[in-house]
Design a protein around this ligand. Structure first.
Ligand code: NAP
Length: 247
């Protein structure tokens, strides 16, 4: 059993989906949770779940793509919680369309939230990780960042960027006892994939050797492992959680 007792985990995009599952999973292993979402009220359900598990929860509203909001949030979290041991950069969006139709705004929004948001939170917490000579950074990428996808140029570029960022941060901070890894989920049942039509869903299922879409809990289990002592010697890696779709 993983033991995260007395550790503090900051999870972005914690209000629902994979972020909520990760917050609950880490809390189940003993961590207290600083939940961040676009609006503070979006964190209410997650905080309730964390408290029901007997752990402390704090809620923050911040747009991860805005440097001032991120810095202010990290300052508040450190004041409220005393420290952060685990950072999970999970907030993300899609704005899918074919390249020829993709607007500059669609490109900028996805890159700003998925990639720049990960950079901003990582940068804002690095000083305190270095000072405490420990820290676990877990970035939620995507298999699309590994293999690309028609209609997702912006998303694929953002997630490939997250993987490059992960490896660079891992190299830069390893000597300070800080690890940085990415999880690349495949197709996971959340509101992000609920919009897919039945035909697309069937085509996807045909490509998944394990024969089902993933659950947020499947991704949360990988996050728990990377946050745990069992993963102390793992850094700069991309852990694919996709039912075998990309191998
Ligand atoms: P989701 O259900 O849409 O949840 C995303 C969360 O991020 C929401 O709570 C959302 O808040 C929050 N968020 C969006 N923009 C934000 C911003 N600017 N600042 C702060 N929070 C923001 O999506 P999900 O499926 O759980 O995805 C979580 C992560 O997994 C994403 O990085 C996604 O790219 C990645 N992923 C998902 C899948 C999949 O199949 N679902 C596959 C691979 C990777 P709101 O409630 O305000 O929208």
């Amino acid at each position: 059993m993983s033991n995260l007792n007395n550790q503090i985990a900051l999870v972005t995009g914690a209000g629902r989906g994979i972020g909520q599952a990760i917050a609950s999973k880490l809390a189940g292993a003993g961590a207290d949770i600083a939940a961040v979402d676009l609006k503070v009220e979006f964190c209410a359900e997650t905080c309730e779940k964390v408290r029901a598990l007997g752990r402390r929860a704090w809620a923050y509203g911040a747009d991860v793509s805005k440097a001032a909001a991120v810095d202010e949030t990290v300052e508040k979290v450190l004041a409220d919680c005393g420290r952060v041991d685990i950072l999970v950069n999970n907030a993300g969006i899609t704005k899918d369309t074919l390249l020829m139709r993709m607007s500059e705004a669609d490109w900028d929004a996805v890159l700003s939230i998925n990639l720049k948001g990960t950079f901003l939170f990582t940068k804002a917490l690095t000083r305190s990780f270095v000072k405490q000579r420990s820290g676990r950074i877990i970035n939620i990428a995507s298999v699309i960042g590994l293999v690309g996808n028609a209609g997702q140029c912006n998303y694929a570029a953002s997630k490939a960027g997250v993987i490059g960022l992960t490896k660079s941060v891992a190299r830069e901070l390893a000597s300070r006892g800080i690890t940085c890894n990415a999880i690349a989920p495949g197709f996971i049942e959340t509101s992000m994939t609920a919009v897919l039509g039945d035909d697309v869903r069937q085509k996807l299922l045909a490509q998944i050797p394990l024969g089902r879409l993933g659950s947020p809990d499947d991704v949360a289990n990988a996050a728990l492992f990377l946050a745990s002592d069992q993963a102390a010697y793992i850094t700069g890696q991309v852990l694919t959680v996709d039912g075998g779709m990309v191998m």
